[in-house]
Design a protein around this ligand. Structure first.
Ligand code: BG6
Length: 305
């Protein structure tokens, strides 16, 4: 049997013969669901998330490009909304490839499926075109494998001048209880604490515990060292995230008050069931020269909780 791919009403759903599945909305190329073979959902999606294209999705994996957070003043991205335009533009589905063409064994042709999505300048709203007037191409690839999901972004500069960009894969991980997880492999790394006036700190903990509002940008990590979300019961890695060319990690949990304050976040206490571990290149802007291409991505490996 082969993987199946269905396209319907602005969403693409793929599943493997062994039961794993992924759902991607054309709006934002947002992955909204990723299930393991046993049907267990790996991504958090707010009950109140807007899935109709009226607002970026609160959950899943929104793609942040070309700016992270509120854009800086006097910068080419200044007129864009928080987190840019990729998560609130409608992408096109470019097609699927199965693992045979992904270079894997023939007899394992049912092991993986890759979905490609594209976004370019001409597809943007007038407002976004004016706010960021560069010719560009984005190709976002979502690969579903047996125990992992890989999401990779290719950025093409099709303009005659260089542009600057940031990128972030804003993954909302689904967890049972925030008090029973720890985040590993951040120890001794420098981070900016956005809840404390962007002050700089160095992580002292080998297993970071989330006990209140958390919004940190860990900088300059080795992308090959997995960031692990582990369970305190048995030290099992629930999620393990490796990256390519994405050297920063944002850890975000809104906690009680901020969760209540977001109209699209629900139920109120769902902050206990999620943690965002976001692979990105956000500590600074990268410059992409005319006609150049950049590529980066993440692989999230999950185990049943
Ligand atoms: C995180 C940021 O990546 O996204 C936070 O670090 C921000 O500062 C959060 O609050 C959610 O952003 P938004 O725009 O989806 O509400």
């Amino acid at each position: 049997p082969q993987p199946t791919v269905n396209i319907d009403q602005g969403r693409v759903e793929a599943s493997l013969p062994s039961g794993q599945s992924v759902t991607v909305l054309l709006y934002g190329a947002t992955v909204t669901s990723w299930k393991l073979a046993n049907g267990e959902e790996q991504l958090f999606l707010s009950e109140k998330a807007h899935l109709d294209g009226s607002k970026p999705v609160r959950g899943g994996i929104p793609v942040v490009f070309p700016v992270f957070g509120p854009p800086p003043k006097d910068h080419a991205t200044s007129a864009l909304p928080q987190h840019g335009f990729a998560r609130n533009s409608t992408w096109e589905f470019l097609g699927k490839s199965s693992s045979e063409s992904l270079g894997k064994d023939k007899e394992k042709a049912d092991d993986a499926v890759k979905l490609d999505f594209g976004l370019s300048h001409s597809m943007l709203s007038e407002e976004f075109k004016n706010a960021w007037p560069y010719e560009f191409g984005l190709v976002y690839s979502v690969t579903l494998s047996k125990d992992s999901l890989t999401t990779t972004l290719q950025v093409q500069n099709k303009d005659s001048k260089a542009f600057e960009f940031q990128v972030l894969l804003h993954s909302y991980l689904n967890i049972k209880d925030i008090s029973a997880v720890r985040i590993k492999n951040l120890q001794s790394k420098a981070y900016i604490d956005k809840t404390q006036n962007a002050s700089e700190h160095v992580e002292s903990s080998s297993a970071v515990e989330i006990t209140g509002e958390t919004d940190r940008v860990y900088k300059g990590l080795d992308p090959k060292v997995p960031i692990e979300v582990v369970s305190t019961q048995g030290d099992k890695a629930l999620f393990s995230i490796t990256r390519e060319a994405l050297n920063d990690i944002v850890v975000w949990n809104p906690w009680i008050e901020k969760a209540k304050g977001m109209s699209d976040f629900g139920p109120d206490d769902a902050y206990k069931n999620m943690v965002c571990v976001e692979a990105g290149s956000v500590a600074a802007f990268q410059t992409l020269d005319a006609a150049d291409t950049w590529e980066g991505g993440q692989t999230i490996r999950a185990s049943s909780q």
